[in-house]
Design a protein around this ligand. Structure first.
Ligand SMILES: Cc1ncc(COP(=O)(O)O)c(C=O)c1O
Length: 373
């Protein structure tokens, strides 16, 4: 019997696409959600229903700037206005280079391509952000994960042993870590940096909520860069991530960047929104307060473990996370079930911090769920 076109195509794909790419599991993205969405660490204060005079002013400025933007022209990849604004608002030193990406996801891809492609090992602590592994495998690199301790602190002897054994050219350290929420001890990170034979990138995606950063220490070491994103501070849909540090590193990694990777509208939107950074920081401050209030409320519930968090989410362990996830969904509340991500994550849900009203709804729904027989 002759094979159908679909069968022939499937066989051709299997024979042609690199096996390590075929083995990659795509990053799971949930379809749009109309209820309370506390899943991906977005700034829910920017939902239309929560508008204030300040957010309306921000929208107004954004609308005017986008209408004026030269969207018919290719973007200037040097992005001078945006980079100047990043330096001014986020304290990036004048002598440090900045590499922009369409979200830090793209920055992770570029770093992986520049450093690991064609061989070499990347190391990350686990559980952590899944994109490090996928980007390493897509760049034909080897990926090595080193498990954290069960309380999610860094296992320094195991990490140093893995560095010695594997000689990774690239190490990712997430500070504070996603999905666990904690920040590793600075002395442990320093020991990793000193032991690393290649580059260490400190991923500070959650820096606005942690108030701690390695940015001020970059010049102490020959092999450290800091990566951040504007996603967690209100701009997830804009897609703007950045890597900064010594130009000797940044200039090399920049060579694998697509020539026009950050579009005109992204650049304009990010520049305007950084003018309103104080308002976005107020939202972050509200989320920090909500995080602590919600953590205290959840800790009072039976059988619940709330892990300490420096980020805009809480990792929470339940007796039966899948049942709680389903019950919350039935209440119209979407969180993230990461129980299958890693053995250390068994029975955990990651809950982003939303507005006070949303966190009240979450606590009420959990009280009801956990009290049910
Ligand atoms: C630790 C960490 N790094 C990077 C990212 C990617 O962020 P983005 O691509 O939106 O900049 C995330 C997103 O959740 C993250 O948690």
């Amino acid at each position: 019997m002759t094979e159908s076109i679909a069968e022939q195509r499937a066989a051709r794909v299997r024979a042609t696409v690199r096996p390590e790419v075929q083995a990659v599991r795509g990053y799971p993205v949930t379809p749009p959600w109309s209820g309370i969405k506390i899943e991906l660490m977005e700034d829910n204060h920017l939902d239309r229903g929560n508008d204030t005079a300040a957010t309306l002013a921000l929208r107004d400025a954004l609308g005017r700037a986008l209408a004026d933007a030269a969207f018919h022209r290719y973007p200037d990849p040097a992005a001078p206005a945006l980079k100047a604004k990043l330096r001014e608002r986020l304290g990036i030193a004048a002598h440090h280079g900045i590499l922009l990406g369409a979200g830090s996801d793209e920055v992770i891809t570029m770093v992986s391509q520049a450093i690991i492609a064609g061989g070499g090992t990347v190391l990350s602590l686990e559980p952590s952000f899944a994109v490090f592994r996928n980007a390493a495998l897509a760049s034909a690199g080897r990926y090595v994960g080193v498990a954290l301790r069960p309380d999610f602190t860094l296992d320094l002897p195991a990490t140093l042993a893995a560095i010695e054994r594997e000689q990774p050219k690239l190490i990712w350290v997430v500070y504070p870590n996603n999905p666990t929420g904690n920040s590793y001890a600075d002395a442990d990170i320093e020991a990793i940096v000193r032991a690393a034979p290649g580059l260490v990138v400190i991923d500070e995606a959650y820096e606005p909520f942690a108030g701690r950063s390695w940015a001020s220490r970059l010049d102490e070491f020959p092999n450290v860069l800091v990566m951040r994103t504007l996603s967690k501070i209100g701009l997830a849909g804009v897609r703007l991530g950045y890597l900064f540090g010594a130009a000797a590193w940044i200039d090399e990694i920049d060579k694998v960047r697509g020539p026009f990777n950050v579009g005109v509208l992204q650049q304009v939107a990010a520049t305007v929104l950084l003018d309103h950074y104080d308002e976005l920081k107020r939202h972050a401050a509200a989320m920090i307060a909500e995080r602590e209030r919600t953590a205290a409320a959840l800790r009072a519930l039976p059988g619940v473990t709330v892990f300490p968090s420096n980020a805009n989410f809480l990792l929470v362990r339940f007796p039966d996370a899948a049942a709680v996830f389903a019950a919350l969904k039935a209440h119209g509340i979407l969180v993230r079930n990461l129980s299958a991500l890693h053995p250390l994550m068994a029975n955990t849900l990651r809950i982003s911090i939303g507005t006070a009203a949303e966190m009240d709804a979450l606590t009420a729904a959990l009280k009801q769920t956990l009290a049910a027989p």
